[in-house]
Structure formats: C-alpha cells, structure tokens
Design a protein around this ligand. Structure first.
Ligand code: PHE
Length: 361
C-alpha cells in the first residue's frame, strides 16, 4: 500500500518544491548544488523516494500519480539546472578574473529579471504556507456591496462599529472594502462548511496618511469552519505562520479585542521586529505591533453565511499584510510602499515566486 493519498502526495510535492526553491537561493557552490540534487532526486531523496513509490499505487491510480510526480520532478530538475548554469558561469568567470584575464567569449552571468513588491513577496510566502496546510486562496472584489462589507458581518446600519472603519463610499451605493472580511461571507455562501480559506487583498480606509497609516493597504483574511474548532487552534496557527514568514522565533502576545463579527475577539501582537521590542516610533514606543486581529466567528455571521451553527464553529483572522511586510523587510514608513520607489522592491533571488499558480495578480 502507498503511504500517501493523492491529495497528501500533492501536498508533499508542493512542500518539497518550496524547500528546493528556498535551498537553491542559498546554494553558492556547484558541489553543494550536486549534494542538494542527490538529496532531492536521488533514489533515497525526498522526491526520489516518491518517484519510486508510484509502483505501489493500484493500477487505476498509477497514471494520475505518475503524472503528478513526474511533473514535479521536471519542475524541480529545471530549477536545479538553471541554478547550475548560473553557478558554473559565475565560477568560470571567477577563474578567468583570478588569472587576470578577461575572456569575452564566455556567456554572461544570468541575473533573474525584475523584482517584486515587498507586500507581494510576503503574500506569496503566506499563500504557500497556507496551501501546504490545505487552505484555498480566495479573492473578492475591491469595490464591495455594503451588505457584504458590513451587514453580513453583524454590523447593521445603525451599529456604532460602522464608525470604527472610515469608509470610502462609491456613487453607486457600494463601498471600497474596508477589510478583507467580506470574503468570509462570500466563501461561506460559495462553499458551505467545512471550510478553510485565506483571502489576500487590498483594502481602503478614509484615513489621514502618516508613517503608519495608509488609505490603501493589504490584509490576508483567514477563515476556518469545522467541527470542534477552538481559540487554541487559532493561536497555534498564528504562531506557526508568523515564525515561518519571519524565519525566526517571534514573541506573541494575546489581548482581548472587539470586532462585531467575532466573539470572543482577540488581538495577537508580535514583538516589534524593527527595534526588537526595545521601543521605537514604528511600534509607537510599546515594543509590540498589532499584527493579527482575530476571534471565533460570531454565530450571526455563520447564520448569514447559511452555516449550521449547531454543528459548526470557526475562527477568522485579518492579518495585517502591509504591516507584516514592513516588519519583515525593516521598512519604517508605510508611505514608501505606495510611492513607486524602486529601492523598496525585493530582489527576485530573495523569494521563491508563485509556486502553485502560473500567473500572478
Ligand atoms: N476585519 C478586521 C479589521 O480589518 C480584522 C478582523 C478579521 C478581526 C477577522 C477579526 C476577525 O479590522
């Protein structure tokens, strides 16, 4: 019997590919690259072992499994070969310049073209981390129905919480979404329960702009609905996620927080990565930054999404993607991000690019 279902296998392959991308960016010697190749593609390698396991699948599954594994192999081999070419040409150029000569017939060092915005780089990383956990990536419109942005989230027209988020209203009665939470409602209606989605996207608020406030910023909404979901699941997930994205141990603190669409609501703060918690203007001298408002989905919100509240509970969060990108890349002033300043862009070798999708928005 094979050890994995097709679905688990696909997840394994995605994880391996992600790992390879990450390792490749760090490999600078041809020998180390060969080592990496055999650790992955060798008979005992992480991917090699999966290739050998194809024959364990029952004949009716073997075609599909073989195809999936082989496609992953071709992609991984391509990545390794590309890196090899770059390293080899860099090595031979280094030899030539060490000899004090210039060989104009050598091919140039190939540099990956283009760069990405820090917010995009962190968004891709988060998407990959959640895809490995079995989440679907959803999207919703930036110009949203008033109902989805507010009413469906337990914020009726007279609710004082409407003032918590200063809203841009559009002439046609719609709003520029003030958060990514309307995608919660859309996803419940579209998929029903159980459900695991994230929804990255741009949000808008009628704010005065300063070093830490923008009228246009990014969030990643997350929503999990299933049987027996609790706050402990949420906090554990937050810890894993932030550790993975920051690539270092981060301290978290959990405080109560109020949002009409969750009960109980919490604020998860991370120790400021700019000053390391020593207090600076970015963390408003507190040593902490609010990074992940969250909570258990309010029963009214589940009901509006046609989810059976007798059977299901869920948690939701609204990760401050812009703020996380600032923390990760040490950007102190939010205004840089929408300024078009090319110096803020992230060099392509420092991120993996979209893994599971061809095109990127
Ligand atoms: N939508 C909230 C905001 O932008 C954040 C949030 C999302 C809080 C999900 C709790 C649960 O302020």
């Amino acid at each position: 019997m094979p050890s994995y279902t097709l679905e688990q296998l696909t997840e394994q392959l995605a994880a391996i590919e992600c790992e390879v991308r990450r390792n490749l960016a760090e490999v600078t010697q041809v020998d180390a690259l060969r080592g990496l190749e055999s650790r992955v593609l060798g008979k005992q390698g992480s991917l090699g072992a999966l290739i050998s396991s194809v024959k364990e699948y029952p004949p009716e599954q073997r075609g599909q499994v073989g195809k999936t594994v082989n496609e992953a192999k071709v992609r991984v081999k391509g990545l390794i070969d590309e890196r090899l070419r770059t390293l080899e040409s860099a090595a031979s150029q280094a030899e030539v310049s060490a000899a004090g000569a210039l060989d104009p017939t050598l091919p140039g060092v190939r540099r990956p073209l283009g760069s990405v915005h820090p917010v995009t780089a962190v968004q891709w990383e988060i998407e990959r981390a959640f895809e490995r956990l079995g989440f679907t990536v959803e999207a919703g419109p930036e110009m949203e129905e008033e109902y989805n942005n507010f009413d469906a989230l337990n914020i009726p027209p007279t609710h004082p919480a409407r003032d918590m988020q200063d809203t841009f209203w559009v002439d046609n009665g719609k709003v520029l979404r003030t958060h990514t939470s309307p995608v919660q409602h859309r996803a419940m209606i579209k998929f029903g329960a159980p459900l695991r989605i994230i929804a990255p996207g741009r949000c808008f608020r009628y704010e005065t702009i300063d070093a830490s406030h923008e009228n246009t910023f990014h969030q990643v909404e997350g929503l999990v609905i299933d049987r027996d979901i609790s706050l402990a699941n949420l906090i554990a997930m937050a810890q894993t996620l932030l550790r993975e994205v920051m690539r270092r141990e981060v301290k978290l603190r959990v405080r109560p927080g109020y949002f009409p669409f969750v009960e109980p609501g919490i604020e998860i703060d991370m120790n400021c990565q700019i000053c390391g918690g020593k207090r600076c203007p970015t963390c408003k001298q507190s040593g902490w930054v609010e990074i992940l408002p969250a909570g258990m989905v309010h029963p009214n919100v589940l009901a509006a999404g046609k989810i059976d509240t007798e059977i299901y509970t869920g948690f939701a969060f609204g990760l401050g993607l812009t703020r996380l990108a600032m923390m990760k890349y040490g950007i102190r002033d939010i205004r840089v991000l929408n300024s078009g300043d090319l110096r803020a862009l992230v060099a392509p070798e420092r991120f993996g690019g979209p893994l599971l999708r061809g095109a990127e928005n």
